[in-house]
Design a protein around this ligand. Sequence first.
Ligand SMILES: Cc1cc2nc3c(=O)[nH]c(=O)nc-3n(C[C@H](O)[C@H](O)[C@H](O)COP(=O)(O)OP(=O)(O)OC[C@H]3O[C@@H](n4cnc5c(N)ncnc54)[C@H](O)[C@@H]3O)c2cc1C
Ligand code: HEM
Length: 393
Amino acid sequence: MLSVQDRAIVKSTVPLLESGGEALITHFYRMMLSEYPEVRPLFNQAHQASGDQPRALANGVLMYARHIDQLDQLGDLVAKIINKHVALQILPEHYPIVGKCLLRAIAEVLGEEIATPEVIAAWAAAYGQLADILIGAEKSIYDQKEQAPGGWRGAREFIVVAKVEESAEITSFYFEPADKGPILAAEPGQYIGMKLILDGEEIRRNYSLSALANKGQYRISVKRETGGRASNHLHDQLQVGASIQLFPPSGEFTLSASDKPLVLISGGVGITPTLAMLEAALQTERPVHFIHCARNGSVHAFRDWIDGLAERHPQLKRFYCYAEDDGVSPAAHKVGMLSQEQLAAWLPEERDLDAYFLGPKGFMAAVKRHLKALGVPEKQSRYEFFGPASALE
Ligand SMILES: Cc1cc2nc3c(=O)[nH]c(=O)nc-3n(C[C@H](O)[C@H](O)[C@H](O)COP(=O)(O)OP(=O)(O)OC[C@H]3O[C@@H](n4cnc5c(N)ncnc54)[C@H](O)[C@@H]3O)c2cc1C
Ligand code: HEM
């Protein structure tokens, strides 16, 4: 338990961390990644470079410090952190490394005058408390995933059993376990972690499951990123018959049971988790509006599959919006950016609906704004990031 004095000290440093938080965390990362090479594979270099990951962690630490008296007020932040950590296999032995670097960064950035031994001791106690909460929660998820039917712990070897080009940029990979055993069920919307060794260096990435995992297989669909290490390797090198190391599915951006109308809105490769959600929803009676935005038809994946579903399931209405008309591909229902007026026309009349959306950050910020303006309750409008969480406003 934190002492009353430690709490007071931690809370009093929140304004300082708010003004200098990013510098602190950037400093912390630099120190950790250079001095502790064993944790380097866990962190995505691109997320570091964009500043999103330092910002997400700074936000996590600040939120925690702000709510140190009422940790239940942290809402779904803790669940998000835990899911990200579990998907990348963050383990108890990693916490002391982060703790040591965080405290050294506090001391170095704030300077001796502010970062007195009392301040450092209070932060050490506070970090220890938060680390214990996360380690405990993560352990129970690792245990559950290992003990569940088809479950496992850590990395498990899978084999690529099919590779399908879905568009000019997106390719799907179907995986079955090398041991031919059952696989862990996944909720629609969840993602797997992947461990790759490229040029002798380990990297880890997450990929959403783009289909229900009910045939003893997982499917992911990967967009080729210009200059991207994992995606180009998967597209160019990972062929049918190859083996790959996967961590168990994880994630809290999952389809909740409900009979309200369901609206799935995606931009580009953000379509992947909504495909699994769509498959699950069509096993019920609920109306589904599937709205997808792509740059143009050549990069629009899964169009034929969704059109086929719409023919067989009258409860499904689908709408496609292309930023540009390439003059070759099948036409979209709308050309241009997804405006509020267009979204209003494509939503069900009933605004007591459940919306799930994912895509590039600017797209998600616009969708969030539009849904709010159109009367969709904020609690029923959910989204995920294909990277560290960041503010959408
Ligand atoms: C929960 C979740 C689910 C996801 N689901 C999917 C999915 O279903 N499908 C999918 O395609 N992706 C998905 N992603 C994204 C995926 O995990 C990878 O981030 C993506 O494939 C890019 O990885 P990469 O290794 O190819 O690119 P990276 O090597 O990470 O590079 C990404 C971009 O950053 C640039 N870059 C890299 N390093 C630096 C640097 N040091 N400085 C500046 N720029 C740099 C690269 O040139 C490239 O443009 C998901 C991510 C998350 C977190
Ligand atoms: C109390 C300690 C910690 C806190 C408060 C914390 C907080 C966070 C937060 C807020 C995120 C972003 C979540 C999101 O994107 O939704 C995150 C992601 C992550 N954390 Fe932690 N974390 C802690 C400890 C650790 C440790 C010990 C490690 C491993 C050394 C670690 C590795 C990671 C990684 C690899 C990611 C994903 C990074 C990415 O997407 O690029 N974290 N953490």
